[in-house]
Design a protein around this ligand. Structure first.
Ligand code: AP5
Length: 215
C-alpha cells in the first residue's frame, strides 16, 4: 500500500500513520520526524532546516525532496509506505509523482484528515512526545501513566519547540496557503478521500481503512 496522509498540523497524521503502518506492515515516512532527527543530530540539513521549522514555515522544497528521495530508496519502503507530512506543496507533489514514475510505481490513495482549527490548537498544545522512542501522548486525551515519562520505554516526554500557540497559528496559515491546494490536485487524479478526523483515534483509523482500496 502506498498512501499519503494530508492534513493541518495536529490533524492526527502522525497518530494515524503509526497505527496504519503497524496494521498494513509498511513504514511510516514522516518528513517532520526526519527533519527533527536531522536537527537533533546537527547535520547540515538540520542546521539549514531549523530556522524555518521554528518559525512554522516550510523548509525549502529541495532540502525535503532529497531527504524523501533517499528514504524511499531504503529497502523497507519497497513494499509500500505511508507518507506523513509530505508532500506539502504542489511542487513537492509533482516531484513525488516523478520519483514514483521513475520507480514504476503509483500511489494507492491520498487521505485528507479534516479537523476544525479550534480543536487543533487544543490538541497540539497538549501534545507530548518521547525523546527516546517518539511515542506520542496528549496530557488530557491520552496521558502517560506517570507524568512526563513514556509508558513504552520510560523516556523523557517533551513539548516540541514549534508547538507554542503563535507558531501553531502560523503553521495553520501555511497549511491553508501551501498545502490545501493538494486536495484538488489529488482529487483530479481520482486519488483523494476526505475523512473526518474528530472522535477517538481508533474511530478515525477505521474511517481511513474504509476508504483504502482492497489489497
Ligand atoms: P510536522 O512534524 O509534519 O508537523 P505538522 O504537519 O504540523 O503536524 P503535526 O506533527 O503537528 O501533527 P499531526 O497531524 O501529525 O498530529 P499528531 O498525530 O501528532 O512538520 C513540522 C515542521 O517541519 C513544519 O512546520 C515544517 O517546518 C517542516 N516540514 C515537515 N514536512 C515538510 C515538508 N514536506 N516540506 C517542508 N517543510 C516540512 O497529533 C497531534 C496531537 O493530537 C497529539 O497529542 C495526539 O495525541 C493528539 N491526537 C491525535 N489524534 C487525536 C484524536 N483523534 N483525538 C484527540 N487527540 C488526538
Amino acid at each position: 500500500m502506498r498512501l499519503i496522509l494530508i492534513g493541518p498540523p495536529g490533524a492526527g497524521k502522525g497518530t494515524q500513520a503509526r497505527s496504519l503502518a503497524a496494521r498494513l506492515k509498511v513504514p511510516q515516512i514522516a518528513s517532520g520526524d526526519l527533519l527533527r532527527a536531522a536537527v537533533r543530530d546537527g547535520t547540515e540539513l538540520g542546521l539549514r532546516a531549523k530556522r524555518f521549522m521554528d518559525e512554522g514555515a516550510l523548509v525549502p522544497d529541495q532540502l525535503v525532496l532529497d531527504m524523501i528521495g533517499n528514504r524511499l530508496d531504503q529497502p523497507d519502503a519497497q513494499a509500500g509506505f505511508i507518507l506523513d507530512g509530505f508532500p506539502r506543496t504542489v511542487a513537492q507533489a509533482n516531484t513525488l509523482g516523478e520519483l514514483l514514475q521513475q520507480r514504476k510505481i503509483g500511489l494507492d490513495k491520498a487521505v485528507a484528515i479534516n479537523v476544525p482549527d479550534e480543536e487543533i490548537v487544543g490538541r497540539i498544545s497538549g501534545r507530548r512526545t518521547c525523546r527516546k522512542c517518539g511515542a506520542m501522548y496528549h496530557i488530557v486525551h491520552e496521558p502517560p501513566r506517570v507524568s512526563g515519562r513514556c509508558d513504552a520505554c520510560g523516556g523523557d516526554l517533551y513539548q516540541r519547540d514549534d508547538d507554542v500557540e503563535a507558531t501553531v497559528r502560523a503553521r495553520l496559515a501555511v497549511y491553508t496557503k501551501s498545502t490545501e491546494p493538494l486536495l484538488d490536485y489529488y482529487a483530479r487524479f481520482g486519488l483523494l478521500a476526505r475523512v473526518d478526523g474528530t472522535g477517538a483515534p481508533s474511530e478515525v483509523e477505521q474511517r481511513i481503512v474504509d476508504v483504502l482500496p482492497a489489497r
